[in-house]
Write a protein that binds this ligand. Structure first.
Ligand SMILES: *[C@@H]1O[C@H](CO)[C@@H](O)[C@H](O)[C@H]1NC(C)=O
Ligand SMILES: *[C@@H]1O[C@H](CO)[C@@H](O)[C@H](O)[C@H]1NC(C)=O
Ligand SMILES: *[C@@H]1O[C@H](CO)[C@@H](O)[C@H](O)[C@H]1NC(C)=O
Ligand SMILES: *[C@@H]1O[C@H](CO)[C@@H](O)[C@H](O)[C@H]1NC(C)=O
Ligand SMILES: *[C@@H]1O[C@H](CO)[C@@H](O)[C@H](O)[C@H]1NC(C)=O
Length: 569
């Protein structure tokens, strides 16, 4: 009898512990998410956030819930099955285009502690493999990419998966997890400066040219959307919102969440951003006169040529916003750094956020760079006046940015010549500068070099062009003075790949007919990724060998394996 009572007692204890463990698991998901579309949070969030923010999280982890190991020991001595679920990893998940789920691990779990194989488990009992997808900075958070499996796509609302170590059989499915954050409506990053906090937000100023008033918003700090500290918003333009810093000292070890409240709608935008101490691109011993920022996605094979060329004509630092590149960008960047080039990357995984990325860079690099050039990696700036130079020089671009110290020059615009495939059918071995030499007659668009101190408080930029503070002037330079060679329509395999990785915020997808008159479209191409007949000869109105001849002289070398360009392997 006594024995039976004891067994029952143990059974009850074990059940309680299992429940506590399950509850804890769900609670952690709920707490770590901050995805409440509305100010009325779920009970779990209320109970968790009534007395503070991150401290609660820590205390729950450390004290309230029995350590997992104890539970396992008890279970083992009582009932052989089912085995206990391993502790869940606290995560937040965002639904990206094409059913991609980006799972962001909470900062308490250091990325270096996640070296196993993982899966995403959904409330439909489906599981998909989780592929490591890079580390979001400030604070460091590992990310994983999963696909939303078929059954989960049919059931609204889409639920966040649980990230579990593979194989996932032993895990209970993600029953009560919060809804997936949608990439089109979220705070995706933030940047603290000396004076303010800048939030990068999708889906609030959702239409081009239409911006809501700053007074319609507040920034909210901490997990608790109701009692969290709020500050006034001073600027609302496109995806960039600036607000005053709160009277809190941002903690590097326990960063607080930050989000945007839409006051009239009593709504807080779901956020994956944190309030951190001010941060900048690591300044080198001296601040550079000229840097370059570009947004990259799977462009590694073009990078060395682009960096070497621009570095030799005076660009001192390169800042790459990496949209989840999957082609060994990091190792190529590491190689360039070893060769002495100053190249940094910033993980910027968010779709269609080129303008916001440029706004980010304008602040992030402000202490390291005086002028910033915004150029794509298929674009090369040069001046026809360099035609007879036998070698490049790091001061070649200086005349263009020093032009008019007296007239408060804030930005120069440089027109682009658009080159066609020039009869190439595959990526040219010696690089694009040697490979493409036939272009369209008329220039199109312009790229800019901007004085970072001259940029308007809103950080507003449209198509590579910033709005300037009062008193600064922009200057347009003619193509006989300085020009950008844009190797836009490359050999078909390259062109096709490039148009899959478009970066502009307002052209959703080149296969969609949403914006048929956008400048980003290719005349005559239509909407299908099928090679048009005669592609290799298209967009060829003027033979233009100027930069080809110049760079052959500057960067061509004789070597054991024959003549090659310095950037060739
Ligand atoms: C959390 O625990 C620490 C020490 O364990 C304690 O000092 C702190 O007050 C607790 N925080 C809350 C909000 O209970
Ligand atoms: C992950 O999976 C791969 C391939 O299935 C396997 O080779 C590797 O050992 C696994 N790693 C771990 C830590 O389980
Ligand atoms: C380069 O040299 C040629 C021949 O001397 C001359 O005609 C041409 O004007 C020079 N070009 C420039 C840009 O100085
Ligand atoms: C403009 O200012 C820079 C330093 O700020 C100086 O090196 C350069 O010579 C000046 N240029 C002119 C045309 O005055
Ligand atoms: C970023 O990469 C994803 C694929 O990983 C792609 O779907 C998206 O369009 C890219 N976004 C930009 C801005 O290039």
């Amino acid at each position: 009898m006594a024995r039976k009572v004891r067994t029952t007692f143990l059974y009850v204890v074990a059940s309680v512990l299992i429940c506590a463990s399950l509850y804890h698991h769900h609670l952690r998901n709920a707490i770590s998410t901050f995805s409440s579309d509305h100010l009325r949070p779920s009970p779990a969030i209320i109970s968790a956030s009534s007395s503070g923010n991150y401290a609660i999280h820590e205390n729950l982890t450390d004290a309230t819930v029995p350590p997992h190991d104890t539970t396992s020991v008890l279970l083992l001595s009582l009932s052989p099955s089912p085995p206990p679920p391993p502790p869940a990893i606290s995560t937040t998940a965002v639904l990206l285009p094409e059913w991609e789920v980006l799972v962001i691990v909470s900062p308490e779990t250091a990325p270096s502690n996640l070296d196993g194989n993982y899966s995403c488990l959904y409330d439909t009992n489906e599981a998909t493999p989780a592929k490591f997808a890079g580390v979001l900075p400030f604070p460091d958070r590992a990310t994983f990419s999963c696909l939303l499996p078929p059954r989960s796509r049919r059931k609204l609302p889409f639920k966040q998966p649980v990230l579990s170590e593979s194989p996932p059989e032993n895990h209970h499915p993600a029953r009560d997890s919060p809804s997936l954050i949608r990439w089109s409506h979220m705070v995706y990053d933030s940047l603290t400066t000396e004076d303010d906090v800048v939030l990068f937000v999708k889906g609030v100023n959702a239409r081009q040219g239409i911006n809501r008033e700053p007074r319609e918003f507040r920034c909210v700090f901490g997990e608790d959307a109701i009692n969290g500290v709020k500050t006034a918003v001073t600027s609302s333009m496109q995806e960039v919102f600036r607000c005053k810093r709160p009277p809190l000292t941002p903690s590097p070890s326990r960063p607080a969440k930050v989000s945007l409240q839409i006051v009239a709608e009593n709504q807080v935008v779901p956020s994956v951003a944190y309030y951190t101490p001010p941060r900048t691109l690591a300044p080198s011993p001296h601040s550079s006169l000229l840097c370059a920022t570009t947004m990259v996605y799977d462009i590694t094979k073009f990078l060395k040529e682009w960096v070497v060329y621009h570095s030799r004509i005076g660009v001192e630092k390169f800042l790459l916003y990496d949209n989840g590149s999957d082609d060994n960008l990091d190792s190529t960047v590491a190689d360039l750094i070893k060769l002495g080039y100053d190249v940094s990357t910033y993980f910027w995984r968010w779709p269609k956020t080129q303008e916001a990325g440029f706004s980010h860079s304008a602040l992030y690099a402000k202490h390291s760079c005086k002028w910033m050039m915004y150029l794509d990696v298929d674009e090369f700036v040069y001046s026809p006046s360099w035609q007879n130079h036998s070698t490049p020089s790091k001061t070649l671009l200086h005349p263009f940015i020093h032009l008019t110290n007296s007239s408060r020059l804030g930005q120069i615009s440089i027109n682009c010549h658009e080159f066609g495939p020039s009869d190439q059918t595959v990526h040219p071995k010696m690089g694009v500068l040697q490979g493409y030499n036939c272009r369209r007659r008329f220039e199109n668009r312009h790229k800019s070099i901007v004085l970072l101190d001259a940029i308007d408080h809103s950080l507003l930029n449209v198509i590579h062009h910033f709005y300037l503070r009062q008193g600064y002037k922009a200057r347009k330079l003619g193509t006989n003075n300085i020009v950008v060679n844009h190797y836009k329509y490359q050999a078909w395999p390259e062109f096709k790949a490039k148009f899959r990785r478009r970066v502009s915020a307002y052209v959703l997808d080149w296969t969609e007919k949403l914006n048929p008159r956008s400048n980003d479209r290719t005349p005559g191409l239509g909407f299908a990724p099928v090679e048009p007949t005669g592609w290799a000869q298209k967009f060829c109105e003027v033979r233009d060998n100027k930069l080809r001849d110049l760079t052959l002289r500057w960067f061509g070398v004789e070597s054991d394996s024959g003549f090659r360009m310095v950037w060739q392997r």
